[in-house]
Design a protein around this ligand. Sequence first.
Ligand code: ADP
Ligand code: MG
Length: 333
Amino acid sequence: MLELVGLAKHYPMRGGLRVRAVDGIDLSIGQGESVGLVGESGCGKSTTGRLVARLQEPTAGHILYRGQDIGHWTRRQLRPIRTEIQMIFQDPYASLNPRHTVGTIIRGPMEVNGLKPPGGLEHRVKELLEIVGLNPEHYNRFPHEFSGGQRQRVGIARALALQPALIVADEPVSALDVSIQAQVVNLLQGLQREMGIAFLFIAHDLAVVRHFSQRVAVMYLGKIVEVADRYSLYGRPRHPYTHALLSAVPDADLDGPPRERIRLAGDVPSPINPPSGCRFRTRCWKAQDRCATEEPALVQLPDNPDGHLTACHFPEDPGTRGADVVLDPALRR
Ligand code: ADP
Ligand code: MG
């Protein structure tokens, strides 16, 4: 359904510098599939999401949607696609107009697109409110009358209004109380299954997507460093960065013995001037000379199942988990 090929987005800056926010990524999403995109803040997840929804135009590469490269389509060409690809944002407060009732907010996309649902717009909005677990009688209420979780449900209802084939959900639960997060994730999961909607689900840690995404891609500084079926990614991660991210997931969320925590030294380097070779090498406890000179390709390692791709010269053994990783003492927590 969607295929990203060598996709890049560079933001020009003063003095001829460029922020290489997304720097050549390949990723596909099948019909009705949920793909998770995970990585630390600043690694290019939101930019990837905005490119997929074509809110931005790529600097290089291709965005193939149902076989057509929509990467450089004009506003007019994109119009039919706009209804099929919807976005849900992190901040339900900022993304809802405070002066509009939720009825008006959810009706908006249908009106703009001239949709005439059977039974009328109000009827359809109430149906959508019910689908996302809100009281249809609250049609005339304003966003501030709802809790954070309820507001995110309004955002989800608005995204559903046009019956999209693909939803880009950019950290949809990160701003919510932990106790509410699971409820909203469960709602999205139900929608994905019942309506067959494909998802690009963006998160900054591996705990949230574990319950939601069939496949997970791990991003670091504008690149995908590992992508796999979730069982393979969580069960036999090969990239040191995936290990580090997994070690931050609470043990209660994972099977197996308790794992050692890996605290990554330092911050993510600047995407204006990323490290040569492997971009993770400056924070990696396994890095050797080769890592500085040769960029590792994202490939299937000999012991891995189909579709499990890793970009690392010195990958972890399959089967090792955070607990087995030999750490530089400076990197132990
Ligand atoms: P993430 O969502 O993973 O936190 P983003 O895609 O938001 O990452 O950002 C990736 C990088 O691109 C960051 O360094 C960010 O500062 C930069 N960036 C994002 N948007 C812009 C922009 N409009 N102009 C310049 N730099 C940007
Ligand atoms: Mg982001």
